[in-house]
Design a protein around this ligand. Structure first.
Ligand code: SF4
Length: 290
């Protein structure tokens, strides 16, 4: 049995940075009366969330338990937020520490800039994802979110209008190309910014390549994580035995009886919210037990 581990696995630059910022804040204020909250979970990972909790960092949902706003610090996570959230926090006199990933900030700046033009903004992404909600906030009212050709068709785009395109940082690279091709082929007047982040591209490319060569593919990460689900879909298209696992105990529950594990090649990839510790546990288990 051969194990191929994707080199681009686990926490991405933006997630690592946000966690470091949060831990630094906790350290800085450990002897003060200040309360620290994150605006939504900083990462889709229960282990990291528990570690942050043990350092006194709570989720924003519990902010009402804080009696005094001037004693409150809110950390914006790597997904970023729209301008209304900054306004809301400022009005409440709450200190904000901004851990928005710089790749996301770049999209906010573009969206804000183009919201002042005649262009209609089209965002390729999942309209329910927090990152996209934040971008929509900066893009203003003349903005649509699409994830498929069908969504684009439903917009009834006009040949004499101008459009500008951005994408969610974790959008699927091949779907991005398909949507741009559709707009080009139909002769729409648009400018496109490929805002899929480099880390996402590397991860997706690597998982695509590995999943072509193996008979079992494991994707480690949260079932709620957008980039993990994309990796799972990419791998599943090449390898019918692709499994999404959050941790070692998920792997232990899988029945591999119909596969000759000893002669199989097993690929392992991981989303941006998978901690190194869990990746190593899975790799070690596969090497020792399979
Ligand atoms: S996936 Fe990319 S854009 Fe998103 S947090 Fe990580 S590095 Fe930043």
């Amino acid at each position: 049995m051969e194990v191929i581990l994707a080199q681009n696995s686990g926490f991405c630059f933006g997630v690592k940075r946000a966690i470091e910022i949060a831990l630094n804040e906790a350290d800085k204020h450990k002897n003060s009366t200040k309360k620290i909250f994150t605006y939504g979970p900083i990462i889709h990972n229960d282990i990291v969330i528990s570690e942050l909790k043990s350092k006194g960092i709570e989720d924003y949902n519990s902010i009402n338990s804080c009696p005094n706003n001037s004693e409150t610090i809110v950390i914006i996570r790597s997904h970023g937020v729209g301008p209304l959230v900054y306004d809301e926090l400022k009005n409440k006199n709450i200190e904000v520490i901004d851990a928005t990933c710089p790749f996301v900030t770049k999209i906010h700046e573009l969206a804000h800039e183009y919201s002042k033009t005649e262009c209609t903004i089209i965002i390729f992404g999942d309209k329910n994802h927090s990152e996209v909600k934040g971008i929509v906030g900066w893009a203003g009212n003349n903005c649509h979110v699409v994830a498929s050709i069908e969504d684009l068709e439903n917009l009834n785009l006009k040949k004499d209008s101008k459009y500008v395109i951005f994408s969610q940082t974790t959008f699927d690279v091949s779907t991005f190309k398909i949507l741009v091709e559709f707009l080009t082929k139909n002769g729409y007047n648009f400018k496109v910014f490929d805002t899929i982040c480099p880390s996402t591209k590397l991860r997706q490319d690597e998982v695509f390549e590995i999943s072509r060569k193996v008979s079992i593919m494991l994707i480690i990460g949260s079932k709620n994580s957008s980039n993990t689900k994309k990796l799972f879909n990419i791998a599943s298209a090449n390898c019918s035995k692709t499994y999404l696992i959050e941790n070692l105990s998920d792997l232990e529950k899988i029945n591999f009886l119909d596969v000759d594990i000893k002669t199989s090649k097993i690929g392992i990839g991981a989303g941006a919210s998978a901690p190194e510790k869990i990746i190593q546990e899975v790799v070690e288990y596969v090497r020792n037990e399979f």
